[in-house]
Design a protein around this ligand. Structure first.
Ligand SMILES: [Zn+2]
Length: 241
């Protein structure tokens, strides 16, 4: 889904940083919230803490030392010391086909929202920047809108969603990252790889289920642009009209 321009302009006026930085955070500096008798730790605004007394913040490091579990409602951070996310821009790869599966983050697809957005679960242990469940916006592509989208359905939107569902629903996948970890809505920006090494983002452009999305720079921009030109020439998918 494209980000409406009005939101973009509004977001630029906000004083807070909108793209999460990817460096590893120190668990002795991250705060979580607990009650004296609770067995879980929480985000500050967790609904289960609404009527709790003696609420206080402790560091994530202390919470883990005490054996507290992350709350399943508010989905607070979990730490696994030192693990960095796999980035295709550093060192820069020349092609999406060169992605190193063994360094990518495993995830399981929970739901296909449309042709370029899915929900996944990320098992423990996981890097601190990530939650147990994340919405993922596919990097470098834009699929036509579906009828479930708030924007008008685009030609081939339903076909694109159905194809991604067939490809990914319930599957175990691997995630790779690029410059920006998140978009302005907090969605994770990722390349999704099948366990056979197929980069799904590139594959969708090649098969004519999505456009190359070149408004923001990404590592495989040239490759995706060439793939789109080839799909167009072969009248694949949405280019077949
Ligand atoms: Zn909670």
């Amino acid at each position: 889904m494209l980000v409406p321009t009005v939101f973009l302009v509004f977001a630029l006026l906000l004083p807070v940083p909108l793209c999460a930085e990817a460096g590893s955070q120190d668990p002795s500096k991250v705060l979580v919230w607990v009650t004296p008798s609770g067995t879980k730790y929480h985000e500050k605004d967790c609904p289960t803490l609404k009527n709790s007394k003696n609420l206080r913040s402790i560091t994530l490091e202390d919470a883990l030392k005490r054996g507290l579990e992350p709350c399943s409602i508010c989905n607070p951070p979990v730490y696994i010391g030192g693990k960095e996310l796999y980035r295709v821009n550093n060192p820069p790869l020349r092609s999406a086909r060169e992605g190193n599966l063994s360094r990518m983050l495993p995830a399981t697809v929970l739901e296909v929202i449309d042709g370029d957005t899915i929900k996944v679960s990320i098992p423990n242990p996981r890097p601190i920047q990530l939650k147990a469940q994340e919405t993922i916006r596919f990097l470098g592509i834009d699929a036509p809108e579906t009828s479930a989208s708030p924007r008008p359905a685009g030609y081939y939107g339903e076909e694109a969603k159905a194809y991604v569902k067939k490809l990914l629903a319930g599957k175990s996948v691997r995630l790779a990252f690029d410059w920006d970890l998140r978009d302005k809505y907090g969605r994770l920006l990722a390349y999704i790889y099948l366990t056979d090494g197929t980069c799904v983002n590139l594959h969708l452009v090649e098969q004519g289920y999505a456009f190359a999305y070149v408004h923001f720079t990404f590592q495989f921009m040239d490759e995706f642009t060439r793939a789109q030109a080839a799909a167009k020439q072969k009248k694949r998918g949405l280019w077949g009209r």
